[in-house]
Design a binder for this molecule. Structure first.
Ligand code: 5GP
Length: 205
């Protein structure tokens, strides 16, 4: 029997390039589904509800928490962010890989329940570069940017809890590295042994 899909968790400080890498992976890998998170933060220019995030208010979000609707959730920079449980489980059970782009608090929660997940931490080549990227993006107000840059150093301290660290100096190369990690992870005995089983069963017939 074909195993469940692989759960890929991508984290890293704001501006590390997780979004670009995620996008690249989705273009490269047909069998990969993106989990759209819920958030209470205000949409940025160009963001669409249901595509970038499911934008909601605190009341709805807290109802979903009570109803066990999240695989994980966290307060990040003063807003709630959470991964809707049902979509992820449906996709994994259907044998599809799923990518979560979440912060370190959320990733640690996921790790408890999905020890088989693959946890990748994306780092910028330097803090200077990170700062340049956030300012260049131009999507956040000055005080928000300052908050994110302050948080970056404490987030980097969580890198050791992950399975892999990928330095994102060039998005295309970093995407390829994460894709290669997924290929290798798919070859783990636990995920591939069903093929050996099938071969043996065919021999017996
Ligand atoms: P942004 O506001 O820049 O889109 O995201 C802020 C941070 O929240 C990023 O580090 C992003 O990875 C994280 N984030 C996005 N969705 C989720 C989620 O569902 N759960 C958690 N824990 N963090 C999330």
């Amino acid at each position: 029997m074909k195993p469940k899909g692989l759960l890929l968790v991508l984290s890293g400080p704001s501006g590390a390039g997780k979004g670009t890498i995620c996008q690249g992976l989705l273009e490269k890998r047909q069998d990969l589904a993106y989990s759209v998170s819920c958030t209470t933060r205000t949409p940025r220019k160009g963001e669409v509800s249901g595509v970038n995030y499911i934008f909601t208010n605190r009341e709805n979000f807290e109802d979903m928490i009570k109803n066990n609707g999240f695989l994980e959730y966290a307060d990040v920079y003063g807003n709630y962010y959470g991964t809707p449980r049902s979509y992820v489980l449906e996709q994994l059970n259907a044998g599809k890989d799923v990518v979560l782009e979440i912060d370190t608090q959320g990733a640690l929660q996921v790790k408890k329940n999905f020890p088989d997940g693959v946890f990748v931490f994306i780092v910028p080549p330097s803090l200077d570069e990170l700062s340049k990227r956030i300012y260049k993006r131009g999507t956040d107000a000055e005080d928000v940017i300052k908050k994110r840059l302050r948080a970056a150093t404490s987030e980097l301290a969580y890198a050791s809890k992950y399975d892999y660290i990928v330095i994102n100096d060039e998005a295309e190369k970093a995407t390829l590295k994460v894709s290669n990690i997924m290929d290798v992870e798919h070859l783990r005995v636990g995920r591939t042994f069903y093929i050996v089983d099938e071969i043996c069963n065919r021999c017996k017939k």
